[in-house]
Write a protein that binds this ligand. Structure first.
Ligand code: SAM
Ligand code: SF4
Length: 324
């Protein structure tokens, strides 16, 4: 499917729950109580119908996210069901890694091919300060996932000045040791906490300078290690790959955007950084998929040229509800 700006849109990210067992500074407002309802709104069968319609329209890449998708009680059934839909060529999952040590095997057998694992620090105290979580669980999860032999595992680190800039090189070395690509992500204004002040923002250019002080970054212009907008480099001596996702400072960030999102409460969100959303709940109550099909086409027409993060965007729903 092409959008109004001739971009081919074939990647759907589904937030299957807005619940999370961590509370990352950059993702969830302090004391957040905006949980959609007591239970997750979209049931497995709703997710399957949404994916069937999307696959029928030409979406081929799907990712389960949240919130923390591994908290969903039916995560394995959801993964299996989506993977078996004709037209679904790739299924990935984004996770904070805390429950991965227990679930890596089942996820892999269910057909999840790729994992993105958040890792913002290697120092346990700094990790806890950022996420409220336990670093040891995450490291055990990463190792379990590696033993399982997923097609691809990537590590993600959100950049925050004064919080984790001292962690960038230790993280780079850790990822290189495990031979995993590591991506550094610029902080986007998705929560209302003071963390979003310009004092805390660290650009990908500054992160590159910090890493260049340790090893030379060699551009890999043709390298794509996933479906996202990261720009990759190889470290001359360390040999590993690092990627940089500059949603705020890269003015061409949206030029090749290929994705849409499904929020935890059943809306299509054509762009992460634009409040426009299309509700699917009424269409999901109909027996036929025609209504869903129409909603997807409407979302495609509404997909904006670029996000509004650099201009008038004010956070409303936190990332955990929209789906990262
Ligand atoms: N719980 C899972 C996790 O932590 O990976 C999946 C959901 S999380 C919302 C998906 C991704 O969004 C994570 O890599 C996280 O670091 C990123 N993220 C969340 N809030 C962000 C923000 N304000 N700016 C940039 N990235 C953010
Ligand atoms: Fe939870 Fe992931 Fe958001 Fe952290 S980034 S609060 S782990 S959903």
């Amino acid at each position: 499917m092409n959008d109004s700006f001739a971009r081919s849109v074939d990647y759907l990210r589904l937030s299957i729950t807005d619940r999370c067992n961590e509370k990352c500074l950059y993702c969830m407002p302090q004391g957040y109580k905006g949980w959609q309802v007591k239970r997750d709104i979209l049931e497995a069968r709703d997710l399957f119908r949404i994916c069937q319609v999307a696959a029928g329209l030409g979406f081929t890449k799907f990712r389960l996210t949240g919130g923390e998708p591994l908290l969903h009680k039916d995560i394995i059934g959801i993964a299996k069901g989506i993977r078996s839909i004709p037209g679904v060529k790739s299924l990935g999952l984004s996770t904070n890694g805390t429950r991965l040590a227990h679930l890596a095997g089942e996820l892999h057998h269910a057909g999840v091919q790729t994992l993105n694992i958040s890792l913002d620090a290697l120092d346990a105290q700094i990790y806890h300060q950022i996420t409220g979580g336990d670093l040891a669980q995450v490291l055990a999860g990463i190792e379990a996932a590696q033993r399982e032999g997923f097609e691809k595992i990537k590590l993600n680190c959100v950049l925050m000045r004064g919080v984790n800039e001292g962690e960038l090189w230790p993280l780079t070395q850790y990822a290189a040791q495990l031979k995993l690509p590591l991506r550094f992500i610029e902080l986007m204004p998705l929560t209302s906490r003071d963390v979003l002040s310009s004092r805390k923002f660290l650009s990908i250019n500054e992160a590159m300078e910090l890493i260049q002080a340790k090893d030379k970054l060699l551009p890999e212009p043709g390298l794509r290690l996933g479906n996202g907008p990261a720009i990759y480099y190889r470290l001359q001596n360390t040999g590993s790959h690092v990627g940089f996702i500059g949603a705020m400072t890269n003015l061409h960030f949206c030029d090749a955007c290929n994705k849409m999102r499904i929020t935890a409460d059943g809306k299509i969100r054509p762009c992460l950084g634009d409040h426009g959303e299309i509700d699917l709940l009424a269409a999901l109550r109909e027996d036929s998929n025609n209504g869903l099909h129409e909603k997807f086409l409407e979302a495609l027409r509404l997909k904006p040229r670029e996000h509004l993060f650099r201009t008038q965007y004010l956070p409303q729903r936190p990332m955990t509800a929209i789906g990262g």
